[in-house]
Write a protein that binds this ligand. Structure first.
Ligand code: TRP
Ligand code: SF4
Length: 333
């Protein structure tokens, strides 16, 4: 069985973008691979070091969200990054194998620095050593578990490339020890935001969360972007530029979606009615997830136990891998 490793930063609940872009894939992969799913709390702290409460809370929130969508803790090792000291140790070893300028040129890091002006200054002049180095730590995340396959979105590709470079460098100096990971191409696409933005994201404020209650869903969908050229109820419109239609396609039955499309084009459908139908479809879609989630909300001890077991399985793998690595580096005293 091949090993899969991926990570999630615990900085907020999972939204539809996570579900359709990643979670659904995890569900398919959990049967066929040795699957390590890291709750990357140490990485979350690199840009949330001043907000430890947020990170701690979201470790549990994300874990419950993952269980609610149907990840099976008997199949997937869900574990907490900070509980695996080998990752931190390996990060230190790897830090000799990557130059500062290479990290500064990493496109993902560059984009993130630009997005975090408040934290890192307008020109990134207040960037921390830890944040600049998080690709190194992410390389350690992957290789600590001998991760061969890494399911991530395209935005993470530069980080995976950085990991491969570190692996090659390591192997060329210390001998063939580590595997070069490859990306698992997502079969799903990224989900657009309520405002029509290409990406649904927490920081963009345009997300529908798996935990959103009916009232929240109603408000969000009522405010979603529609075809702005449609003024009156019986104006024909273009569903392809409307986010309401877009989400109908994601969560509603195919027959209903076809109807939405043709009625919208003909001008026999009002937006308010169309939104109401989407609200219902969305709530129906979220209901089973939220029911699962309710069980874990009511049984925090079960969640703790799942994390404990996942972490202890991960630790075992990390220890084995670390002894190989130390031997190769001749620090196996
Ligand atoms: N950087 C990833 C993200 O922001 C999360 C992550 C942490 C990760 N460790 C990882 C992804 C290891 C893949 C492999 O989404
Ligand atoms: Fe969008 Fe529906 Fe209005 Fe058409 S009728 S513009 S699909 S909300």
């Amino acid at each position: 069985m091949k090993t899969i490793l991926t990570g999630l930063r615990p900085t907020g609940n999972l939204h539809l973008g996570h579900y359709f872009g990643a979670g659904k894939n995890y569900l398919k992969m959990q049967d066929d691979y040795d699957f390590y799913l890291e709750i990357a709390d140490v990485q979350a702290l690199t840009d949330n070091f001043d907000n430890p409460d947020k990170v701690r809370k979201n470790v549990y929130e994300i874990t419950k969200d993952l269980l609610a969508i149907g990840l099976d803790p008997h199949k997937v090792h869900i574990f907490i990054q900070s509980k695996i000291p080998q990752i931190a140790e390996l990060t230190v070893f790897y830090s000799n194998l990557v130059t500062v300028s290479r990290l500064q040129r990493n496109p993902t890091v560059k984009t993130e620095i630009a997005q975090k002006k408040e934290l890192f200054g307008n020109n990134g002049e207040s960037i921390t050593y830890g944040f600049l180095g998080y690709p190194v730590s992410q390389a350690a995340d992957i290789t600590t578990f001998d991760g061969e396959l890494v399911p991530v979105g395209d935005d993470q590709l530069p980080l995976l490339e950085q990991c491969r470079e570190i692996v090659r460098k390591f192997n060329s100096i210390y001998g063939e020890t580590l595997k070069e990971p490859t990306q698992v191409l997502s079969t799903t696409t990224r989900v657009k935001g309520l405002d029509g933005n290409d990406k649904m994201g927490k920081s963009l404020g345009n997300a529908i969360y798996l935990v959103d209650d009916e009232e929240t869903i109603r408000k969000k969908i009522m405010g979603a972007l529609t075809d702005t050229n449609k003024i009156k109820k019986d104006d024909p419109a273009n569903p392809d530029v409307c986010m309401v239609y877009y989400y109908h396609k994601l969560v509603n039955k195919e027959a209903n979606t076809t109807k939405v499309c043709s009625e919208c084009q003909k001008g026999t459908r009002g937006c308010v009615q169309c939104k109401k139908e989407l609200i219902e479809a969305m709530n129906n879609f979220l209901k089973p997830i939220q029911e699962q989630r309710k069980y874990y909300d009511e049984h925090p001890e079960v969640v703790d136990q799942i994390l404990k077991e996942g972490t202890s399985q991960a630790l075992q793998k990390a220890q084995e891998q670390m002894s190989k690595i130390k031997k190769a580096m001749k620090i196996d005293y």
